[in-house]
Structures are given as structure tokens and as C-alpha cells.
Design a protein around this ligand. Structure first.
Ligand SMILES: N[C@@H](CCC(=O)N[C@@H](CS)C(=O)NCC(=O)O)C(=O)O
Length: 210
């Protein structure tokens, strides 16, 4: 498998965590978003959407991190990223979607570039934008963690799940936008628990910095 990714991209980060949790190794192909390599013709041929990550396997190229992670889960079910039972699965998928559908997309690079260049926002306004949507999502995530009485150290149950795969990169991104994480002690504790595990540590942006 070949993974096209950028060290600081949250969606790439979540895919690296999922691959590590599954014990899978890949060839790493860095795509530098700072140099806009994803907007060049070479990368367009890999992913016409011109976003990272993309995963090549068996002559096929997979895009969209949620679809790739589901594909991994189907192809490599052990260890599972989803719990047993439809109700529990819905809970974990909801946590992941809260991050993947409602926090990450509005803070993506191209959105921030539009704010800067089309709408004339300065860096303070851009950071305030990011902090607003991260905070709204994390307030809800924290409340969901608080009301789950059966939870251990992770977002759900006693082992890492899809929810943690999505949460940890978003926490990393919140740090980058200088959002004060003290407001969300349960999220911070989950992030710390994940950081104990090699699968998460070895997927971190710092371990892949270019
Ligand atoms: N829904 C897509 C989103 C992918 C995405 O937005 N990737 C970001 C990096 S985290 C990207 O390539 N951004 C480039 C840009 O915004 O110019 C996925 O989950 O794979």
C-alpha cells in the first residue's frame, strides 16, 4: 500500500493512526500542502479532488479518509475499530462524525485560504474562526463523554475506537490554532490515554515532519 499524505493534515493523521492500530505498514509518499503539491497535475492524477490522504492498493486508489478507514475495517477486521452491536456502533460513529463532518471541514486549509484571500480576514480572525468551530464541537464531544457512564480511558469502552482515530488529530489541530484545551478535561484525558499507545505516537505529525 502507498499512502499519499501530509504530516500536519488531520485526515492523513487519522488514517496513519488507523493503519497503525491495524498493524499495517505502508510506503509513505509525502504531499507538501505548504508548497501546494496537492494542487499540481501529478497529484490530480492520484486524486481528482486534490485533497490528502489517498491510499493506493492493488491497482486501485482510495480517497476520502472515512471511506478508506471503513475499507480497512472491512479488509482487516482485527483489531476492530468499531464495537459490537448496532447501538454501540452508532455511538462511536456519531463521535467520529462530530469531528469528521462538523469540525474538520470548516477549518480545512482551502477554507482558511478563502477567508484570508477572498474575504480579507487577518490571522487573528482566522484563528478566531477555527477556535469557534473547534470549541462548539468539543463542547458537544465533552458532554457526550461525560454522559457515558460505561466508558474507560478512551472515547468509548476500554479500547481505542474510530472515535479516538478522529478525535486525536483534531486535538492536535486545536493545539496548532492555540485553542486552550483546559476547557475539555475529558477530551484531554482521552488524548493523553491515546498518547500512551505506540500506534498513536508513531502516527503523530511530529513523527512524520518534513
Ligand atoms: N473529506 C476528506 C477531506 C480531506 C481533506 O480536506 N484533506 C485536507 C488536509 S486535512 C487537504 O488536503 N486540504 C488541502 C486544501 O484544503 O487545500 C477526507 O476525509 O479525506
Amino acid at each position: 500500500m502507498k499512502l499519499h499524505h501530509f504530516f500536519r493534515s488531520g485526515t492523513s493523521h487519522r488514517l496513519r493512526i488507523a493503519l497503525n492500530l491495524k498493524g499495517l505498514t505502508v510506503e509513505h509518499i509525502p504531499v507538501d500542502l505548504r508548497r501546494e503539491e496537492h494542487l499540481g497535475e501529478a497529484y490530480r492524477a492520484v486524486n481528482p479532488q486534490m485533497l490528502v490522504p489517498a491510499l493506493e492498493h492493488g491497482g486501485q486508489t482510495f480517497i476520502q479518509s472515512p471511506a478508506i478507514i471503513e475499507w480497512l475495517e472491512e479488509r482487516h477486521p482485527d483489531p476492530p475499530l468499531l464495537p459490537a452491536g448496532a447501538d454501540a456502533r452508532a455511538q462511536v460513529r456519531a463521535l467520529a462524525a462530530l469531528v469528521g463532518c462538523d469540525i474538520h471541514p470548516v477549518n480545512n486549509r482551502r477554507i482558511l485560504e478563502y477567508l484570508r484571500h477572498q474575504l480579507g480576514c487577518d490571522e487573528a480572525a482566522v484563528n478566531a474562526w477555527c477556535a469557534t468551530w473547534i470549541s462548539a464541537g468539543f463542547d458537544a464531544y465533552e458532554a457526550l463523554l461525560a454522559r457515558d457512564g460505561a466508558r474507560g480511558a478512551f472515547s468509548f469502552g476500554h479500547a481505542p475506537t474510530l472515535a479516538d482515530v478522529y478525535l486525536v488529530p483534531q486535538v492536535e489541530s486545536a493545539r496548532r490554532f492555540q485553542v486552550d484545551l483546559a476547557r475539555w478535561p475529558l477530551i484531554s484525558a482521552v488524548d493523553a490515554a491515546c498518547a500512551q499507545l505506540p500506534a498513536f505516537r508513531e502516527a503523530a505529525p511530529a513523527a512524520h515532519a518534513q
